[in-house]
Write a protein that binds this ligand. Structure first.
Ligand code: PMV
Length: 316
């Protein structure tokens, strides 16, 4: 039997970095993201296969196998029949484009349906979050807030896609996999960065500012908070031992290009995750100007554009 689900990556505007419980993969801080509509991962689950297998964009993917098998054991039981998982994405994976969020969100939706179980969206979000923290947010539409709640996370959509239709222009500055995976990197930061405690302490303030800016559709306030929060997270990474610098020269040049556009009156701000790509969040009417400026930056290999989109769901 084949069951398929589609999920979209999400981009955090107030970011998750650090775990309060690494065993259960619970985040140290809350976060706020936007779910992208035009980038997608489709996950196909075929039960009664000869062996567990995972193919990502036509290639065997060993690194995700342990987390995937653990998820399947949880749903089907450890004496389950073997399951073959095939995923296809229309964007590069493992390059700081939140591919794991889309992968694990679509995996839990498809695999849960294939197991015949019915889980609430809250349970699916917690399940996805136990596999990849940011994946919990890809279950929801538009602007999404993840809060810590006891030994769980509580995730909800705080604004729909239609009432504030932002766009995201993504500048790809390098396409290989990242040097240190985010899970491992967060643990290094927690143990070694002198800024880590301050990062965790101040997150509530950034979340409140972003929540208010989103409620009021206040672009300049959201821009200020998101860039501050992004640079603070990267300061934690840079001040870890060993330091983790995900940027390259083009990353920095794109940041300057975005700030120049904003000084010229364009509604745009940048955010960067554990990778060298720059995501420029802007008003839909400014997409062409932002695309144009970023495509002129030396070292930018490709540009993708997306609007906001919906949470993970089953597909035919
Ligand atoms: O969910 P993970 O383990 O891939 O971590 C995501 C971390 C960041 O992308 C850097 C920030 C975030 O909130 O998405």
């Amino acid at each position: 039997m084949r069951v398929s689900a589609r999920a979209h990556p999400n981009i955090a505007l107030v970011k998750y970095w650090g775990k309060r419980d690494s065993e259960r993969n619970l985040p140290a801080v809350g976060s706020i993201s936007i779910t992208l509509g035009d980038l997608w991962t489709d996950m196909h689950i075929d039960t009664d296969a000869r062996a567990d297998g995972l193919t990502v964009n036509g290639e065997q993917a060993e690194s995700m196998m342990p987390r995937m098998s653990a998820a399947l054991d949880q749903l089907f039981g450890t004496d389950r029949s073997r399951v073959s998982v095939t995923s296809e994405s229309n964007f590069p994976v493992a390059a700081g484009l939140a591919s794991s969020a889309a992968a694990f969100a679509s995996l839990v939706v498809a695999a849960t349906a294939a197991s015949g179980k019915e889980l609430s969206k809250d349970a699916l979000a917690n399940f996805a979050g136990s596999l990849s923290g940011s994946a919990a947010r890809s279950l929801y539409d538009g602007f999404v807030e993840l809060k810590n709640a006891g030994d769980r996370v509580a995730v909800r959509s705080i604004r729909d896609t239609e009432s504030w239709p932002l766009s995201v222009v993504i500048a790809i500055t390098a396409s290989g996999p990242k040097p240190v995976g985010s899970g491992e990197a967060m643990e290094i930061s927690r143990r070694t960065s002198p800024f880590y405690v301050r990062w965790v302490d101040e997150q509530g303030e950034d979340l409140a500012r972003a929540r208010d800016a989103i409620a009021a559709r206040d672009f300049p306030a959201l821009a200020e908070t998101a860039e501050h929060n992004c640079l603070k997270m990267h300061s934690v990474m840079w001040s870890s031992r060993p330091p983790m610098v995900y940027w390259n020269a083009a990353t920095l040049d794109c940041m300057h290009a975005v700030r120049r556009l904003r000084a010229d009156g364009v509604n745009v701000f940048f955010t960067i995750d554990a990778g060298p790509q720059v995501k420029a969040v802007c008003s839909p009417e400014d997409v062409d100007r932002v695309r144009d400026a970023l495509s002129k930056v030396e070292g930018v290999e490709d540009i993708m554009t997306s609007g906001l989109g919906s949470g993970a769901h089953l597909i035919e």
